[in-house]
Design a protein around this ligand. Structure first.
Ligand code: SF4
Length: 227
């Protein structure tokens, strides 16, 4: 995670999602976002009549644990919803990511559909965040990278205890699986990495409120987890 020393909070008008700003711009602040105050538990100011910041999230090769941790910010979600609106997420069930300010991606890339979804996020989101170990390094799903994919399929679908007449799925509509699970930065440019498995809810909250208030996200040592 990059830092810009000496850069205090200052408001930067939030460009329209379809404006001329290049994808991946790291500067974020609604002109109405609160400028003062830092740290855990910080309230997010209502956006009033201003256009809300639009956020999309998705899970690729992940377990949804990072999304669960996002929900663990609990009642602070209500304050967040005053300032943001959600595009594609598992919460809204929108199927495709439209123009957004922030895209949050959980999970690594394990098949062709993951690549499609990830590129759609990169194309439409000004800032892309890799959340959790799976998105950053491949994580738990990447443990299969040293194994033969066919052997894995046979183990899961044919030999696993309790299976009767096991069969490896081969419907043509299923996405093509890759031999390896890849971190998302190997496929698209990533602006921020939020580590943890999953990142604690307080870390997600601090990260988001920093972004929404125009600060470069910075986590205290206690909030940084890599497991
Ligand atoms: S980082 Fe951990 S919690 Fe998040 S998707 Fe991967 S396994 Fe699940």
């Amino acid at each position: 995670m990059s830092e810009r020393s000496g850069r205090g909070p200052h408001p930067i008008p939030l460009p329209h999602p379809q404006g001329a700003s290049p994808p991946g711009s790291r500067c974020f602040a609604a002109t109405t976002a609160r400028q003062a105050g830092e740290g855990e538990g910080e309230a997010v100011s209502p956006a009033g009549d201003a256009k809300k910041i639009r956020i999309a999230t998705c899970s690729l090769a992940g377990c949804f644990g990072c999304h669960m941790s996002l929900l663990d910010i609990d009642e602070r979600l209500f304050g967040l919803l005053e300032l943001v609106e959600f595009d594609r997420t598992p919460l809204t069930d929108i199927k495709h990511c439209g123009p957004c300010d922030i895209g949050i991606v959980e999970g690594g890339v394990c098949n062709a559909e993951n690549v499609h979804v990830l590129k759609e996020f990169r194309k439409n989101c000004k800032v892309l965040v890799a959340i959790g170990a799976c998105a950053i390094t491949g994580g738990i799903p990447a443990l299969r990278n040293n194994l033969d994919l066919w052997d894995c399929f046979q183990e899961v679908y044919c030999y696993e205890g309790g299976l009767e007449c096991g069969q490896i799925p081969d419907d043509p509509e299923l996405p093509l699986p890759f031999d390896k699970v890849h971190p998302i930065y190997e496929v698209v440019k990533v602006d921020y990495f939020l580590p943890g498995c999953p990142p604690p809810a307080d870390a997600i909250w601090k990260f988001l409120t920093d972004l929404l208030n125009g600060r470069e996200p910075k986590l205290d040592y206690e909030m940084l987890h890599f497991d």
